[in-house]
Write a protein that binds this ligand. Structure first.
Ligand code: KIV
Length: 349
């Protein structure tokens, strides 16, 4: 955990995340003609009601004051620097996703990512977080074999990756694993809908839960995870009405990615939202900045200045030796110490 000189931040806890469930008045789910909302909470209900599709009605409304239950904000991060920036921005949860295979390693999918890699990136990310809860993704084949394997892998992530909870992909078929991991005292985040580790089974990165049967399966999967003890569930790439139905039926929060606005929270991949990605990004990935373009510009300016002999200028060089090319022994010791201590302030400023 970093220190920036101010009072230490308090970490977001699992019970706090678990409590960030917006509750819905299920009684009022019935097809109804659109009505003009009279209050803020009715307006919110109407907006969500539109997303609820066949399970919704404009009359659907939150039973609590919207302001009292804020949506959960989750982002991915893979290193100390990014984690620290996300934490400073006040996100609630940081996921060290197996998306690191694609984002950091340049792979075509997440399948080759290992437990050791998730743990390595987890340690770096955890050092950057003063407040946000840190979740570690369980990679492909680190839990599918058996519940024993699942508990052992989750345990290794907690011990070696400095995580506070783990996430795994899959529904009913993984419920027993989730149950056993939770029984071992490890909080679990579920993940249903498009589960990227099954990319080949799906025939590509495709929207899931289309059609009544597929939608029912997503709901059943999410319910099974809830019953097994998951404290929140990621819903990826499913139609918004299906996400709304899952969200309304569960008592644990849902966190959507490409699942519409009715979820209890949202997650995005950090490089997508920062506009660092070159090439195609998924439809749901809103770009809040264009840092990729800014980075290319900065690299270009640096290259030009080096080639033109403009950088480094005197302001980026250490004090000269004062004419003598040979440093006195004491002086040279001082200088070595300064260079050897990476966090010595005078080295950096
Ligand atoms: O690996 C990942 O980044 C994820 C998120 C997209 C939810 O699983």
């Amino acid at each position: 955990m970093y220190s920036n000189g101010s009072a230490p931040a308090r970490k977001v806890t699992v019970p706090e995340i678990r409590a960030r469930k917006r509750s819905w008045d299920r009684e009022s789910w019935a097809p109804a003609s659109p009505a003009r909302p009279e209050s803020r909470s009715q307006a919110l209900g109407q907006a969500h009601g539109e997303a609820l599709g066949r399970f919704s009605a404009p009359a659907a409304r939150e039973t609590r004051e919207p302001a009292s239950v804020e949506p959960i904000v989750m982002v991915t991060a893979y290193d100390f620097t990014m984690a620290r920036l996300a934490d400073e921005a006040g996100v609630d949860m940081v996921l060290v996703g197996d998306s690191l295979g694609m984002v950091v390693q340049g792979l075509a999918n997440t399948i080759p990512v290992t437990l050791e890699e998730i743990a390595y990136h987890g340690r770096a990310v955890a050092r950057g977080l003063a407040r946000a809860h840190v979740v570690g993704d369980m990679p492909f084949m680190s839990y599918q074999v058996s519940s024993v394997q699942a508990v052992e892998s989750a345990g290794r992530l907690m011990k070696e990756g400095a995580f506070e909870s783990v996430k795994l992909e899959g529904g009913i078929e993984c419920a027993d694993h989730v149950h056993r991991i939770v029984r071992a005292g490890i909080p679990v985040v579920g993940h249903v809908g498009l589960t990227p580790q099954s990319v080949h089974a799906f025939g590509g990165f495709k929207v899931q839960g289309r059609g009544d049967e597929a939608a029912d399966r997503v709901v059943e999967d999410a319910r099974a995870l809830e019953q097994a003890g998951a404290f929140c569930i990621v819903l990826e790439a499913i139609p918004p009405d299906v996400a709304a139905r899952v969200t309304a039926e569960l008592s644990v929060p849902t966190i959507g990615i490409g699942a519409g606005s009715a979820c209890d929270g949202q997650v995005l991949v950090c490089t997508d939202l920062l506009g660092l990605v070159r090439g195609r990004v998924p439809k749901f990935a809103k770009r809040y900045a264009e840092l990729g373009d800014a980075a290319v510009e900065a690299f270009r300016a640096y290259a030009e200045e080096v080639r033109a002999g403009v950088f480094p200028g005197p302001e980026h060089a250490y004090k000269p030796n004062g004419g003598s090319s040979r440093a006195a022994p004491a002086e040279s010791h001082e200088r070595m110490t300064e260079l050897d201590a990476p966090l010595a302030l005078d080295h950096w400023h």
